[in-house]
Ligand binder design. Structure first.
Ligand code: DX5
Ligand code: ZN
Length: 225
């Protein structure tokens, strides 16, 4: 299971999103990420219903689990996440994140995730007011703030996300993982760090060039924050 304390202690961390990887050569991209020092991987699961796109599912998560020991942060963009928690945990997920827009009360799902031995996360989309997640902030290990409407990589970062990150940072317990996902790259990553994020999901900005160099570059931007 993910050692959350270690991740938080490790400081600001890139969280590569494999949505932008070369699906014909996933293992090779994962090896490159391991070599250059990635500490976690972000996997985007889309059902074509909660979001207008379909990405990949359980067999691909299983296949990734077979080739790496890195913690797998599985972002469930699903209308009915409760139906799929166990199967993704069995496939190898260490952290399971659900959208607040998909459930009325996330707490029963957090309980289920905990019983499955994984960590839980709560995600909110750009139009969703941050106050809506406030009652649940101490019931999960990660808050994932979307910088774009979920469904596709390569979109522009919604600047209003920074205020949400500031607010979450202000009310967060010290070991909360505060993640940001979508449109995080050269121009936005430092602002996200200054606003309080400690885990940075990066797809396009990482895979749009030589992978190891791009990782080092984005990591340096974080270190010089
Ligand atoms: C979007 C996904 C993201 C996506 C981010 O629905 O949740 O994780 O991979 O992609 P970029 O970094 O390209 O915005
Ligand atoms: Zn994601």
């Amino acid at each position: 299971m993910i050692d959350i304390v270690e991740i938080v202690r490790g400081g600001l961390r890139l969280n590569p999103s494999l949505l932008a990887a070369d699906f014909a050569n996933l293992e090779s991209d994962i090896r490159s990420l391991e070599r250059v020092g990635a500490t976690i991987l972000h996997l985007d699961i889309m059902d074509g219903h909660f979001v207008p796109n379909i990405s990949f599912g359980v067999p691909v998560v299983e296949a990734i689990r077979r080739v790496t020991e890195l913690p797998l942060d599985v972002h469930l963009m699903l209308s009915q996440p409760e139906e799929y928690l166990k199967i993704f945990r069995q496939a190898g997920a260490d952290l399971l994140s659900i959208h607040i827009e998909a459930v009325s009360d996330p707490r029963p799902l957090f309980d289920k995730i905990r019983k499955l031995g994984a960590l839980s996360g709560l995600v909110l989309n750009p139009p969703t007011p941050v106050e809506i997640i406030e009652p649940f902030i101490n019931d999960c290990e990660l808050i994932l703030t979307m910088g774009v409407m979920p469904g596709f990589g390569g979109q522009s970062f919604d600047i209003g996300t920074l205020d949400k990150l500031r607010y979450i940072k202000k009310i967060a317990k010290p070991d909360l993982l505060i993640s940001v996902d979508g449109g995080v790259g050269d121009k936005t990553i430092k602002d996200c760090a200054e606003a309080g994020a400690n885990l940075f999901v990066t797809g396009t900005a990482l895979f749009n060039g030589e992978l190891e160099q791009r990782f080092k570059h984005l990591n340096n931007l974080l270190k010089n924050e």
